[in-house]
Ligand binder design. Sequence first.
Ligand SMILES: Cc1cc2nc3c(=O)[nH]c(=O)nc-3n(C[C@H](O)[C@H](O)[C@H](O)COP(=O)(O)OP(=O)(O)OC[C@H]3O[C@@H](n4cnc5c(N)ncnc54)[C@H](O)[C@@H]3O)c2cc1C
Length: 391
Amino acid sequence: MTTQNTDVSVPALTALSEDETLFRDSVYEFADREIRPLVREMDDHAKISRQLIDKLFDLGVMGIEIPDAFGGGNATFFHAVLAVEALSRVDPSLGVVVDVQNTLVINAVLRWGTDDQKRTWLPKLASNTIGAYALSEAGSGSDAFAMATRATERDGDWLLSGRKLWITNGNEADLFIVFANASPDAGYRGITAFLVNRGCAGFTVGKKEDKLGIRASSTCELLFDDCPVPRANVLGDVGKGYKVAIETLNEGRIGIGAQMIGIAQGALDHAIAYTKERKQFGKPIAEFQAVRHQIARAATDVAAARLLTYNAARLRDAGQPFLTEAAMCKIFSSEVAERVTSLAVNLFGGNGFVKEYPVEKLFRDAKIGQIYEGTSNLQLDTIAKQLLGGS
Ligand SMILES: Cc1cc2nc3c(=O)[nH]c(=O)nc-3n(C[C@H](O)[C@H](O)[C@H](O)COP(=O)(O)OP(=O)(O)OC[C@H]3O[C@@H](n4cnc5c(N)ncnc54)[C@H](O)[C@@H]3O)c2cc1C
């Protein structure tokens, strides 16, 4: 016997509240109107214009979870996920700027900042200051806690020395959360997070990477040579930076899931429009069953990725465990983004391979989802550890 669920108060798993729908739609409309015309140029020049970033501040997507007392949007992590998805549907480079700002930098300051640090930084982050999150180094990517950057105590304050690599927003940021080991003998228990201003003595932003995808988003080397950081700028406790890193990255990777569903949806939108328009053998290619099935499968993939991502974000906002779900959403969404963008290139035929059309860029942009904020192998390790135990 089957029982029917007649409880209409249980909505669809991806249902949005009225406020969430309005928010997502307003971000997408902005992206469509203001960003879309600039996508090609920003990709070619590997640069986002400052005016566009200022508009992101005006739109309210650079301080989504910041309480209104500090001038922020007073919204949820889920709203940040919606914003990253909506922007990435048009340009994933803008998606990652907003992602790092909200899900890593602001998230860390909200969670670990002292009252003074919040008073100093949150109003700036909500209004005009871009943040960056500096963990990785040339010798420590997946093995992030093997970092070589050191923090040495001097008269109660700190001197940072070392070199960070691949830091998103490096070119534009004025606030950097920098991880350094203050006590190498203690291993990862020496890792400490510091709030560092651009312009701090001994701190320079080095080379900017020339990348395959998300080219407009800056990815930079940071150099620290006895950079003095006051003790008041330690974020969280000395020796607890590993906790700051693990916990913010666990959440941040849900944002990458959102970036990837945005990319996949963007590619699907283009593929649907193009296949209805392009004629071969006397009819639109969307009328060939093989093409219809490919599009149907891609839409199914995107819907499944969205379910995983929204579910992880909802769990996070509800204060429930979400570690496994976050890892699953990132690995799955990034694979979906790769598959769907690749299909879109195929369905555009020769036009899929040239820069005049939008899908080759999305195909290039999708690749990063399997690399940053923990590679796919590391996500699988996280999931397997929950299922099987072990390290
Ligand atoms: C565009 C871009 C933006 C970035 N932004 C930031 C940023 O803002 N802040 C920041 O701190 N970092 C950032 N990164 C760095 C990024 O997080 C690292 O590149 C990533 O964590 C992988 O580290 P790695 O490059 O050293 O690769 P490696 O760790 O050397 O990995 C290489 C390969 O080995 C595999 N591997 C490694 N260890 C294991 C293992 N134990 N088991 C199985 N397989 C393993 C990996 O899965 C991968 O396939 C960015 C990188 C890029 C490319």
